[in-house]
Design a binder for this molecule. Structure first.
Ligand code: DP6
Length: 369
């Protein structure tokens, strides 16, 4: 599908008011998206596990403006919305939402005709260093798609999900991988049927049961604000001396993963996943300006994981986001052994022992508003 396929068909009726609620999960990339072109087009394809416990819960209450004698004042871009995060008004989040609305307006032209009250909250602490843009932007995109669905005579589920992912991408790239689960691929790749730069797709090939219920224990090493925002990080890939090699790397990792995922090859999965995480950080260490986002405790944890994996012959491994926290990944049947190890040896490196036990999930859910 191309961009124009997401332009709306005629609206049959624009409802006066309504309320919609979605819960959408975060995701953790195995093959990382790092670097993009204009319009949120990724520089390389990526693949992620959809998570289950880390979710954003968003309710949108809409009200049609036409006929109101004193409509609320629009913001600078002409959109009218209230934004509440955890019950409180958050002015600092407004610019990101307004930018999102500007980008998607062409695809949802009803936006300016409504006042939206957006109430949102996360199941994980905001200061945890866990990126909330994937779950937050996908939840909002889904609410807006549900609005559109109420305005047209019919829309099939497949189109609904694709367009939700397409819109979410325009809010935050990784958000397009949060609509479905347990494994989602985004970015055009000649070896992956149906892959697209415009939206994420459920991984279209065989997934061995080893990978359908993976565990992700997120160790909160550093709860502070992100040192480098992802937009700054993506920008650093322009003119990066190793960018082309990195992008190639991601393409070949995705090709390799096809048989790894089908056969349940945990050893090879570990190699690719850890290499992706370290390459992401290597890119940041070798950009201009350069950044070191791992903390001493991040390295301690990685070292302990490597030692334990060797000693226990388990399949525990790690991945990293653009920050110091560590995602400890392991198959479900190793939970008892690996979580025991995490408790005994790794939690000492987390801020106040803080961690989140998550696992792969099946994507966003509509909740009765
Ligand atoms: C390191 O999706 O947050 O988590 O498109 O600018 O919003 P924007 O970036 P974002 O970048 C995610 C980067 C990453 C890797 C990944 O999730 O693939």
């Amino acid at each position: 599908m191309i961009e124009n396929d997401f332009l709306p068909s005629k609206y049959t009726s624009l409802k006066q008011t309504g309320t919609i609620r979605w819960k959408s999960p975060s995701n953790i990339a195995l093959v990382k998206y790092w670097g993009k072109r204009d319009n949120q087009i990724p520089a390389n394809p990526s693949l992620s596990f959809t998570l289950d416990a880390c979710v954003t819960d968003t309710t949108v209450t809409y009200r049609k403006l036409k006929g109101e004698t004193t409509p609320p004042t629009p913001d600078a871009d002409g959109f009218r919305f209230d934004l509440l995060f955890g019950g409180e008004s958050r002015h600092d989040f407004r610019p990101k939402i307004a930018t999102f609305f500007k980008r998607i307006e062409k695809f949802l032209p009803f936006l300016r005709e409504y006042h939206l009250r957006i109430e949102t909250s996360n199941s994980f602490p905001h200061s945890s260093g866990i990126a909330s843009s994937a779950s937050g932007m996908s939840a909002l995109a889904l609410c807006l798609m549900s609005m559109e669905r109420e305005f047209v005579s019919e829309m099939d589920d497949n189109f609904f999900k694709k367009k939700a992912s397409f819109l979410a991408r325009l809010g935050s790239g990784s958000a397009c991988r949060s609509i479905e689960g347990p494994l989602v691929q985004w970015g055009s790749h000649s070896d992956i049927d149906g892959s697209s730069d415009f939206y994420g797709i459920p991984y279209p090939y065989k997934i061995h049961e080893n990978f359908t219920n993976f565990q992700d224990t997120i160790l909160l090493v550093d709860e502070g604000q992100k040192q480098v925002s992802s937009s700054v990080g993506h920008d650093l890939m322009h003119g990066h001396p190793f960018a082309d090699q990195r992008f190639e790397h991601a393409y070949s990792h995705l090709s390799e993963l096809r048989s790894v995922l089908a056969e349940g090859n945990l050893r090879q999965f570990i190699k690719i996943t850890e290499s992706e995480a370290l390459t992401l950080h290597a890119m940041m260490m070798t950009s201009h300006p350069y950044f070191m986002l791992m903390k001493p405790n991040t390295l301690e944890i990685i070292d302990r994981i490597w030692e334990f994996r060797k000693a226990s012959a388990t399949n525990v491994c790690f991945t990293l986001d653009a920050g110091a926290n560590v995602h400890v990944l392991y198959p479900e049947e190793e939970t008892q052994t690996v979580y025991g190890f995490i408790k005994d040896e790794l939690l000492q490196y987390c801020e106040n022992g803080k961690h989140i036990r998550d696992r792969t999930g099946f994507g966003a859910r509509k909740i009765k508003a």
